[in-house]
Design a protein around this ligand. Structure first.
Ligand code: IPE
Length: 259
């Protein structure tokens, strides 16, 4: 089983509200389908989620009519993105089934406590590929919150112990500095706990789920449950396909604490 995250920065243009990269999504869907591996897919929200979630301060939880309206809008937008991704995956020949966290998961004070694992198990047993995504979600303490795709990845990794985990980003992997603003930035072949302290916490995009720092934290947590966890550039043709089948590919390997 291969666990794949299609990052929001790959499938959308994160600088523009609701900008879907259909050509990229179509190619990635074909790469996944052609690899022929059993897999589970999580996709980010990109500009379908972060822009409005930030505008309505949804990460702070329930509070007033405006936030509830914001929640409804983000929920609708990320579902819309999910439908577009499902269309590409199914058109590529996959048999995918969507599991939206807003209807299946539960958080408690910002921590993900339940994602409805039985659904994943049962759909997998039926030979289907579960697809879930960064979404809004109920929170036992705060009313509601933001459930990032990376947290879902960690939850799924712990339950299913995938052979491989592949993250598709819009850059070649994890760099020591922001590669968009610093030409001297160096791609890190291997990242571990020590790398966390060296990375800056800022993001070039509006990001309500913790930018690269928050993502790496989650990657380190899930790397313990797999033989190989890596970040590759989903904008470069065939990087995802190669990573899925275990070919050596440009990217960063993530080493968890026990590896
Ligand atoms: C964010 O999910 C969810 C919302 C903002 C509703 P992710 O954190 O997984 O999305 P990306 O990959 O950063 O876009």
């Amino acid at each position: 089983m291969i666990l794949i995250k299609l990052g929001g920065s790959v499938i959308t243009d994160k600088t523009q509200y609701r900008a879907f990269r259909q050509d990229v999504a179509q190619r990635l869907a074909n790469e996944i389908a052609d690899a022929g591996e059993r897999c589970m897919i999580v996709h980010g929200a990109g500009s379908y989620g972060h822009v409005m979630a930030h505008r309505h301060s949804l990460a702070e939880g329930a509070g007033g009519k405006d936030r509830s309206k914001g929640l409804a809008k983000v929920s609708q937008d990320v579902r819309d993105l999910n439908l577009k991704i499902m269309e590409e995956l199914n058109r590529a020949g996959m048999g995918c089934i969507s599991i939206p966290p807003s209807a299946s998961a539960m958080m408690d004070d910002g921590a993900l406590v339940d994602i409805g694992l039985e659904h994943y198990h049962r759909y997998l047993d039926l030979g289907l590929t579960p697809v879930t995504f960064g979404d809004v979600c109920l929170d036992q303490t705060k009313g509601f919150g933001i459930c990032s795709g990376d947290r879902l990845m960690t939850f799924l990794a712990e339950e299913f112990h995938p052979r491989r985990i592949v993250f598709c980003s819009d850059v070649d992997g994890i760099f020591d500095r922001d590669p968009f603003s610093d030409d001297e930035a160096i791609l890190l072949d291997i990242v571990d706990e020590g790398t966390l302290n060296q990375l800056c916490r800022t993001s070039r995009y509006t990001d309500v789920t913790g930018s690269i720092h928050g993502k790496l934290e989650q990657m380190l947590a899930m790397a313990r449950f797999t033989q190989e966890c890596q970040v590759v550039n989903g904008l470069m043709p065939s990087r995802l396909a190669d990573a899925i089948i275990g070919k050596c590919v440009t990217g960063s390997k993530v080493r968890g604490a026990l590896q």
